[in-house]
Write a protein that binds this ligand. Structure first.
Ligand code: HEM
Length: 435
C-alpha cells in the first residue's frame, strides 16, 4: 500500500505543528494526507492519519514503542501509574488492575453514577442558566471520588477532591512539547513536586482509612486492597489511583459536555433519544441492567466520541528504527496520531461532519476500517476505563435527559482548546429546560 506523505523541514514546520496541533491534523485529514514527516535538525515528528498505520503502531508492532518523551515528562505528577509506566512494570500492573475494570465488576458503580446524576439534577431549576462544562466536571468529580476512593466531594471529603483537582489542573495544562525544552521541563517538575506532596498526604490518609475499616468501602481502592493487600507497595497504589482519577476526570466530563452541545444543536436526535428513554425506563431511573436496551443512547455517546474525542491525540516513540509504510523512522522520533482527525476523514466516513448516531447501526460498521475510530486507543495501552466511561456516559445522559432538554444560549462562539483533552476555549452556557 502506498501512502500520501508530505515532508516539511525546519523550525517553521515544528512551530506550525506545536502552535496549533489540532489545526494541523485536521488539515491533514481534509487534504487526505496519511503521513506528515516533520524534521528539525535531529528531531523528527511523524503525524499519521491512516487506519492501517495506526493499527500497525498501536497493535501489530506495539512492543516496538514506548509512549515517548511527552508522557515520560509527566512522571513527576503521575509517578509510575498505568498511563506513564512502561515495560514489565506496566505489564504486571495492568494485569493486576484490569480485572477490577471488567464489565461485570464495575456494574456496582452504575447505581452511584445514577444517584450522583439524580442528586445533581435536583439542584437544577427550569430556565436556569448554567456553564455545562462546569456542571459536568462537578458531577464527574463526585462520581469518580465515590467510585475510586469512597470520597464524597459534596460531603465531608472536600480536601480529597481539592488535592485531586490541583493535580488535574497541572496535568491538563501540560503541553507535550515541554518535553523537548529543558527550562520548561524544569519549571513543570518543580510545580509537580509540590502538587504531588499535597496529593500523597491526602491519599495516604484515604488508604489508611480503607485499611482500618475495610467493610465501610466498596470502591476501586477497596477492590485493589482486597485483591493485593500489602503486596502492591503503597507508593504504587497511590500512583495508580491518582492516575485513574486524572485519566478519567477530564475525559468523561468533557465527553458529557460535548454530548449536551451536540444534542442541543440536533434536537431531532435529542427527541429520538428521549423517546427511547421513555419507552425503556418510563418514569424509573436507569440501571446497569437497562444498558443493553438503551441502544440509541449508546450510539449517541459513541458518535459524540467520534466528533469530539476527549483524548484526541496519542503519541508513541519507536525504541529501534521503524518502517512506517515506506518511511524509515529513526529510534527516538515521535509518532503521533489524532482520533479527532481520522474520525473526521471523508475517506473513511460518509458525511464526517454530520452528527449522525444512526451510523452506529451494526450493519454500517462493517464497511469501515477498524482503526478509523479509536477514541479509547488500542491493545495493551488501551483505556483502562473504557467500560466505566461508556457506562457513565450513557447512565448520566439517560438520567438527566429523562427530565431535561438543555438549550444552548444564543450568541456563543464555541471554539476548541486542544490541550491534553479536547475542551472548549470558554465555558458553554445552556438554559435548562424541563421536559
Ligand atoms: C470518555 C472518557 C475517556 C476517554 C475518551 C479515554 C481515552 C483514553 C485513551 C485514548 C487512552 C490511551 C492513551 C494512549 O494510548 O496513549 C486512555 C488510557 C487510559 N485511560 Fe482512559 N479515557 C476515558 C475515561 C477513562 C476513565 C473513566 C478512566 C478510569 C476511571 C480511564 C483510565 C485510563 C487509564 C488508566 C489509561 C492508561 C492505560 C494503560 O496505558 O495501560 N480513562 N484513555
Amino acid at each position: 500500500m502506498s501512502y500520501q506523505v508530505e515532508h516539511a523541514e525546519g523550525l517553521l514546520s515544528f512551530l506550525r505543528f506545536g502552535r496549533n496541533r489540532l489545526h494541523f491534523v485536521a488539515g491533514m485529514a481534509r487534504r487526505g494526507i496519511d503521513v506528515s514527516a516533520l524534521r528539525m535538525g535531529s528531531k523528527r515528528i511523524y503525524v499519521i492519519n491512516h487506519p492501517d498505520l495506526i493499527r500497525d503502531v498501536l497493535v501489530t508492532h506495539e512492543s516496538s514503542f514506548t509512549k515517548g518523551a511527552g508522557l515520560e515528562a509527566m512522571k513527576p505528577i503521575f509517578g509510575e501509574g498505568l498511563l506513564t509506566s512502561e515495560g514489565e512494570l506496566h505489564g504486571s500492573q495492568r494485569r493486576l488492575v484490569q480485572p477490577v475494570f471488567q464489565h461485570g465488576r464495575i456494574a456496582r458503580f452504575g447505581a452511584t453514577m445514577v444517584q450522583c446524576a439524580e442528586a445533581h439534577q435536583q439542584r437544577w431549576a427550569d430556565g436556569q442558566q448554567v456553564a455545562m462544562d462546569l456542571e459536568m466536571m462537578q458531577l464527574s468529580l463526585r462520581v469518580l471520588g465515590l467510585t475510586l476512593l469512597g470520597a464524597d466531594s459534596d460531603g465531608a471529603d472536600k480536601n480529597v477532591s481539592q488535592a485531586l483537582i490541583l493535580a488535574y489542573s497541572l496535568f491538563t495544562g501540560f503541553n507535550p512539547m515541554v518535553a523537548l525544552f529543558a527550562p520548561a521541563r524544569k519549571r513543570f517538575e518543580r510545580r509537580a513536586a509540590f502538587v504531588r506532596s499535597q496529593v500523597d498526604r491526602v491519599l495516604t490518609k484515604v488508604i489508611d482509612e480503607h485499611r482500618r475499616n475495610p467493610e465501610a468501602y466498596s470502591d476501586v481502592l477497596s477492590m485493589l486492597l482486597e485483591s493485593f493487600g500489602d503486596s502492591m507497595p503503597e507508593h504504587q497504589l497511590r500512583d495508580e489511583v491518582l492516575t485513574l482519577f486524572l485519566a478519567g476526570y477530564g475525559t468523561s466530563s468533557i465527553a458529557l459536555t460535548w454530548a449536551w452541545f451536540l444534542l442541543a444543536l440536533h434536537p431531532d436526535v435529542g427527541r429520538r433519544m428521549q423517546a427511547e428513554l421513555d419507552a425503556v425506563l418510563g418514569k424509573s431511573l436507569p440501571t446497569f441492567e437497562h444498558l443493553p436496551q438503551l441502544e440509541y443512547t449508546g450510539w449517541v455517546f459513541r458518535e459524540v466520541l467520534r466528533l469530539y474525542p476527549p483524548a484526541w491525540m496519542i503519541a508513541r516513540e519507536p525504541i529501534a528504527p521503524y518502517m512506517l509504510g515506506e518511511i524509515a523512522v529513526p529510534a527516538g522520533s515521535m509518532i503521533t496520531m489524532s482520533s479527532y482527525a481520522t474520525q473526521r476523514d471523508s475517506r473513511f466516513w460518509q458525511k464526517p461532519e454530520d452528527f449522525d448516531p444512526e451510523r452506529w447501526q451494526p450493519v454500517g460498521q462493517r464497511s469501515r476500517p477498524q482503526f478509523a475510530y479509536f477514541p479509547f486507543g488500542a491493545a495493551s495501552r488501551s483505556c483502562m476505563g473504557e467500560h466505566f466511561a461508556i457506562m457513565q456516559g450513557v447512565l448520566v445522559l439517560a438520567t438527566l435527559a429523562q427530565q431535561w432538554s438543555p438549550a444552548l444560549l444564543d450568541g456563543q462562539q464555541v471554539e476548541l482548546r486542544p490541550q491534553i483533552t479536547l475542551r472548549p476555549k470558554e465555558s458553554i452556557h445552556f438554559s435548562l429546560k424541563r421536559r
